[in-house]
Ligand binder design. Structure first.
Ligand SMILES: Cc1ncc(COP(=O)(O)O)c(C=O)c1O
Length: 430
């Protein structure tokens, strides 16, 4: 007899097993202290639903290519083709494969000897740090570097030595105190959009015998003459040991990448837990990334438009009195401070059709919550104007005057290293 939903013997759904006290207490703390007390019973991440008329600034699809026909067609051709796929970890791949051809193509594009495709930016960062550091190797991390880099230090059982954001003097003091190790920075910081003073960091890494890792998640595809990233743009390819990137930003896919030497690539396959113990990407995903690279290389107008849009917004929003915390990129954040103030800001923006992403601890330092705008190249002039107009209109409603970030802007003493000095900005762009 043919089965259908009505004659299938669907299993009874049971309530989950009761959590032991230690877990129940922990979950209760979340609901009581955070959801009820701080957020007034609602989920800070979820507000109103955007509609067709809304301006959406949540996606990191900076070049607006996630629906590009060339990318979609290349993926669907592979999905509809006869060939199957091997479900296994990438460490077993050898000989000529689409994955290895793509790795080499992207590595060449970035001016690197070798590239390793990973399942995500998270896997690239945790797997890399875990395979280059250990309990005897300090890992120096900018306080605003992405959580995956901290997690990498943690899984290497290495000591994570924090330095103030973009503060070369503080990094040098830490290096003198703890000795040679791994220095880890983002080229463009994902919460405040500031650029790393890469030239100064490279000099310090060399002077102190350190390995240097630069996470280019927010500059690959968007920075450089053809999107090859900030390290290449600054001509530092042969002075940075490893570059990592999430390909879920400008590359609009689901993958991560590491540039390295040929010798390191072969070693990595035997050392990195995510590479060994987690399966590799599927063929249509690799083909999609391959097509994306061509789009990124050939459609330079998207980068120009992106930077023009971002510059317009940075200029006009900061002129309204918002402290953009040194943003020099397509990431623009309004730092409302406490989580309660952030709910107010989110509501004010969303009720006027502007949707950004809320970030708060642990994604930001405590009480430095933000609404982040990820600018993209498809925003029209009228959308840009609407964003600025809304930012102007809500200033009283969100109490902008009294945000700690606004007070810092007025010249009150800022917490060490949280603002980027003009000198650092120049160094990064030199
Ligand atoms: C700087 C940075 N590195 C790494 C990641 C992790 O990338 P993925 O989302 O591909 O795991 C992100 C994403 O949030 C990021 O912003």
């Amino acid at each position: 007899m043919k089965s259908n939903a009505s004659n299938l013997n669907l299993p009874h759904v049971f309530p989950s097993a009761k959590e032991p006290n230690f877990l129940e207490r922990r979950i209760n703390r979340h609901y009581r202290d955070r959801v009820q007390e701080l957020w007034g019973g609602r989920n800070l991440l979820h507000g109103m639903k955007p509609d067709a008329d809304s301006v959406q600034l949540m996606s990191n699809d900076y070049l607006a290519i996630s629906t590009h026909p060339d990318i979609r067609n290349s993926q669907s051709e592979v999905l509809l083709s006869e060939g199957g796929c091997m479900l296994m970890s990438a460490v077993f791949l050898h000989g000529d494969s689409p994955q290895q051809r793509f790795e080499q193509r992207l590595a060449n594009f970035m001016g690197a000897e070798r590239g390793i495709l990973c399942q995500s930016g998270w896997c690239a960062n945790t797997g890399l740090i875990q395979s280059i550091a250990d309990a005897q190797t300090p890992v120096y991390i900018d306080m605003l570097a992405h959580m995956s880099l901290w997690e990498g230090a943690h899984s290497a059982r290495a000591e994570a030595v924090m330095f103030h954001h973009n503060d070369l003097n503080h990094l040098e003091r830490q290096l003198l105190k703890h000795g040679p190790g791994v220095i880890v920075v983002d080229s463009v910081y994902s919460t405040n959009g500031s650029l790393c003073p890469l030239q100064g960091i490279v000099n310090l890494a060399e002077a102190h015998g350190c390995v240097l890792v630069v996470d280019e998640s927010h500059s690959l595809g968007t920075h450089g003459n053809h999107g090859e990233g900030l390290v290449s743009y600054l001509g530092l390819e042969d002075r940075v040991h490893f570059r990592t990137a999430s390909l879920a930003k400008a590359f609009s896919g689901r993958a991560g990448f590491i540039t390295c030497s040929e010798r390191f690539g072969n070693y990595f396959a035997f050392e990195s837990n995510p590479a060994i113990f987690s399966s590799t990407l599927l063929p249509h995903e690799i083909e999609g990334l391959n097509a994306t690279l061509t789009v990124i290389q050939t459609e330079g107008w998207r980068r120009e438009k992106l930077h023009a849009n971002a510059e317009y917004l940075r200029f006009h929003i900061s002129a309204l009195g918002y402290n953009l915390n040194g943003s020099e990129s397509q990431i623009i954040s309004l730092e409302s401070g406490t989580e309660r103030q952030t709910i107010k800001l989110k509501d004010a923006l969303e009720s006027r059709g502007i949707f950004g992403s809320a970030f708060f601890a642990p994604a930001t330092p405590k009480n430095r919550a933000i609404i982040r705008f990820s600018v993209n190249s498809s925003l029209t002039e009228s959308e840009l104007d609407r964003i600025v107009r809304v930012c102007a209109d809500i200033r009283n409603e969100v109490d902008l005057e009294n945000w700690p970030s606004t007070r810092r802007n007025r010249g009150a003493k800022s917490p060490a290293g949280l603002l980027v000095s003009a000198e650092h900005k120049e160094a990064a762009l030199a």
